[in-house]
Design a protein around this ligand. Structure first.
Ligand code: ATP
Length: 207
């Protein structure tokens, strides 16, 4: 079973780390792939891919069942989730359970993605509900079958949709960048990431 958790991680912060730990607990027989996006189609990243990858690797170092997967950085051009899922299918085979994890905000906007109608045949979908924040499931995802039992996802390869309630850690990368711009020294990131940001003078010019 392979669990995919993507994002810009610009930079990685305590909320991401809490989320990865929650995924490892929820899917004890899976590998959790933390996947930095290359060029997200809807936004510009502020730190280079190399910096974002280095910070993510440092933050996930030694974390049980977790790998930082640079698959999207190794591809040129934008990061389309269906391409990533197809690559996972090729690598792990048709029977492997693939679980795509999305924050509720991202799931609500999925109809603006490239070929979202293909998602259900490629993977399961686990929508992360921070502090019970509910989202209207876009119609394009209606080919998924909803279940209350996340454990069902290990039994078949794709096609199930479930919600996972996760605690609210009120932190965002935008917030971290704003704190850096205000010259705050206490950041909601692991100490080694704060040190990396300082050493490389990242996000200094962000407003
Ligand atoms: P930005 O503020 O730059 O938009 P972000 O903090 O939302 O960034 P992303 O890299 O866009 O971080 O998020 C990657 C994934 O992590 C998404 O699925 C997002 O929903 C989730 N995520 C982000 N912040 C948190 C948090 N505080 N707690 C749990 N999950 C989070």
């Amino acid at each position: 079973m392979q669990v995919l958790f993507g994002g810009t991680f610009d930079p990685v912060h305590d909320g991401h780390i809490m989320m990865v730990k929650s995924l490892v607990r929820t899917f004890p027989n899976a590998t959790v792939h933390v996947i930095p996006n290359h060029e997200p189609p809807h936004r510009a990243c502020l730190a280079s891919s190399e910096h974002r990858l280095a910070m993510l690797k440092a933050a996930m170092d030694g974390m049980f069942q977790t790998v930082v997967n640079a698959i999207e950085l190794d591809r040129s051009g934008p990061s389309y989730t269906v391409d990533t899922l197809r690559a996972f299918r090729e690598q792990f085979g048709t029977g492997e359970s693939l679980v795509l994890c999305l924050g509720a905000d991202a799931a609500g906007a999925v109809d603006q993605w490239y070929r979202p109608e293909l998602l259900a045949e490629l993977s399961h979908l686990c929508i992360l509900n921070r502090a019970d924040q509910r989202v209207e499931i876009p119609h394009i995802l209606s080919t998924y079958r909803c279940t209350d039992h996340l454990c069902e996802m290990s039994e078949i390869g794709s096609g199930l949709l479930a919600f996972l309630n996760t605690p609210d850690v009120p932190v965002s990368s935008t917030g971290v960048r704003e704190l850096i711009a205000k010259d705050e020294h206490v950041l909601p990131v692991p100490p080694e990431i704060a040190e990396y940001i300082r050493q490389h003078r990242l996000y200094q010019d962000t407003e």
